[in-house]
Design a protein around this ligand. Structure first.
Ligand code: PMV
Length: 331
């Protein structure tokens, strides 16, 4: 097959990935765990071409510069695996606001991993696909997997991948505080954290501990414990990031107000717990039966979207790809 289309969704980490121990292979300093969403999909078509270079379109616009280089570097990994040399045309549409901390790079590289591997003739199993997606963006390793995914830190390329974990059903309300591009990329901020934060060693050991506790809480179907770990781990990550030199702060005053509101709602019997990735937007987990009440309660802080656990990366038919607004693959 010389053309393939795939769709993947972003994920929001409940135990965060922050820091690499190998920048080239993208091996994390600790494992992490996330919820793959059923909204904000990225849909990508990859078509092999006789042209002398790769090209990348996002939302119909030709992309150049660093974003295009990242796609080409990623395609080089796929070509290595496939023993192929042809270039490719990559056409993506993204339903999430790019760069706003809604993990659109996770959905993007998960969809690209699946579409590109198929276009180059590879049929990878889920762990291999997760390892491949990881090379584009660490968190993309988890977007291959439906629902709750645990990314094993591993010690080399072969052992660092995500897999599904059983957990109680839950929903998430995402409150968009800002859709502006973040000022410091997570890649650069992770580097700065490792190089300058005095708290970095404690972050690594406490993340390993939080992950072990989280895996136990998921196995026990203990929503309260899952929520407590989620919220404290998110605040620890942001404290760590703020402790860099020079400091980086992703949370806005409005983000903090939402953490406060969620705590107050818990006092009123609406059991919910907040988290935030590398941006000001807030994701709040809640039991399914209280999800709509939570969305209504948070609507005063900004557009509040109720989402649930979503599918892993999946191949699309030509008709589905066309419906997603992607140009038809050349005959
Ligand atoms: O995959 P990256 O390089 O975009 O890093 C993602 C980092 C966080 O979203 C902040 C945390 C996580 O585990 O997803």
């Amino acid at each position: 097959m010389t053309t393939a289309a795939a769709r993947a969704f972003p994920n929001i980490a409940l135990v965060k990935y922050w820091g690499k121990r190998d920048e080239d292979l993208i091996l994390p300093v600790a494992g992490s765990l996330s919820l793959t969403l059923d909204a904000f999909a990225t849909t990508t078509t990859v078509t092999l071409t006789d042209e002398g270079q790769d090209s990348f379109r996002l939302g119909g616009d030709e992309v150049a510069g660093e974003a295009a280089h990242r796609v080409t570097r990623f395609l080089d990994h796929v070509r290595d695996l496939a023993g192929a040399s042809a270039h490719a045309v990559v056409d993506s549409t993204n339903e999430a606001p790019t760069g706003a901390g809604l993990a659109s790079s996770a959905a993007g590289f998960a969809a690209l991993a699946l579409a590109a591997s198929r276009a180059y003739g590879l049929k990878l199993d889920a762990p291999s696909l997760s390892r491949l997606a990881r090379r584009g963006s660490g968190s993309a390793a988890r977007s291959i997997i439906p629902g709750i995914a645990q990314w094993h830190a591993g010690h080399d390329d072969a052992s660092s991948f995500a897999e599904a974990v059983d957990a109680p059903d839950m929903r998430m309300v995402i409150v968009t505080v800002s859709t502006a591009q973040k000022a410091v990329s997570s890649r650069e901020a992770m580097r700065r954290t490792a190089a300058t934060s005095p708290y970095y060693p404690a972050w690594i050991s406490s993340t390993e501990e939080s992950l072990a506790q989280m895996v136990d809480a998921c196995a026990a179907s203990d929503f309260t414990r899952i929520g407590e770990i989620t919220e404290s781990h998110a605040l620890r990550m942001h404290a760590l990031i703020q402790s860099c030199e020079p400091p980086i702060r992703y949370l806005a005053p409005q983000s903090i107000a939402i953490f406060d509101a969620v705590q107050a709602l818990r006092g009123e019997g609406l059991e919910a717990y907040a988290t935030a990735d590398a941006g000001p937007n807030i994701a709040v987990i809640v039991r399914p039966e209280q999800a709509e009440d939570l969305r209504d309660a948070l609507a005063e802080f900004g557009p509040a979207r109720l989402v649930g656990p979503g599918a892993g990366a999946a191949l699309l038919t030509d008709a589905e790809a066309a419906r997603a607004g992607l140009s038809e693959a050349p005959a």
